[in-house]
Design a protein around this ligand. Structure first.
Ligand SMILES: [Zn+2]
Ligand SMILES: [Zn+2]
Ligand SMILES: [Zn+2]
Ligand SMILES: [Zn+2]
Ligand SMILES: [Zn+2]
Length: 245
């Protein structure tokens, strides 16, 4: 199943898609589709580019006449490609109701605007798949519908909140919430400041005590030095303390 999907994707265009049955000269013998990106081999047989390149990986002979084919000697047919692009096709959504026809080259453009194209609901979280033409109706009831308030208050609205939404009330609530938040921050800061102040008072007291004890130690030291001086004089070394008298 997966294999077939890949091969139809890389091969030619579905013959059923065309308004008028395509000439058999325009059909690729490998994929049986209308030539997509046609190339001509040296033997003059024409294939879709992808079809023949894939074929040549298995055997290097033409699938029509079995003559040898060199993959570097195949040529793109621009004019043929352009005239195939001008062929009229039906919309691939014909079974869903699209009756539009357009040239093959406009296929992508049309699918981007086709009202019968199956697309996913654009609102995040919604898994609905719907026709493009039903999108507006679906959006009116989609539980995942979200849109910013059209008055510009910045609130994202759902169908449930839209009915009772009031910009003034919303902004007031937000303002009050932010005020509560600011007050909480101020209280915390004040508490921290008080704690720091008490720590500082405590440290000041400690430093005072340290200073006091240092002074006491200095005094003691001086007394000791004086004691030492006297004892050195006594031991009979007069040179050092002569000046002190
Ligand atoms: Zn093909
Ligand atoms: Zn051939
Ligand atoms: Zn369509
Ligand atoms: Zn939805
Ligand atoms: Zn609003």
């Amino acid at each position: 199943m997966a294999d077939r999907e890949v091969s139809t994707q890389s091969g030619g265009y579905d013959v059923e898609l065309f308004v008028d049955t395509p000439d058999c000269d325009l059909v690729c013998t490998i994929c049986q589709g209308v030539l997509r990106c046609p190339v001509r081999a040296a033997c003059h047989h024409i294939f879709c580019k992808k079809c023949i390149l894939q074929w040549l990986k298995r055997q290097e002979t033409c699938p029509c006449c079995r003559k040898p084919v060199n993959s570097s000697l195949i040529f793109l047919m621009f004019k043929l490609s352009k005239s195939i692009g001008r062929m009229k096709i039906k919309c691939k959504n014909e079974i869903r109701g699209c009756s539009k026809t357009f040239s093959l080259s406009e296929q992508y453009c049309h699918s981007m605007s086709c009202l019968y194209e199956l697309i996913p609901c654009p609102y995040q979280g919604c898994r609905a798949q719907l026709l493009r033409r039903d999108l507006d109706t679906h959006a009116r009831h989609c539980d995942h519908w979200r849109q910013p308030c059209h008055m510009g208050c910045g609130t994202i609205l759902s169908h449930r909140t839209q009915a009772q939404h009031n910009c003034y009330k919303q902004l007031r609530q937000e303002y009050e919430a932010s005020q509560r938040n600011h007050k909480a921050i101020a209280t915390t800061l004040q508490r921290k400041m008080r704690r720091m102040q008490s720590t500082m008072t405590h440290m000041k007291r400690q430093i005072g005590l340290i200073c006091e004890s240092l002074e006491v130690m200095d005094d003691l030291h001086e007394v000791e030095e004086e004691d030492l001086g006297e004892s050195s004089v006594n031991s009979g070394t007069p040179t050092s303390n002569n000046s002190n008298g």
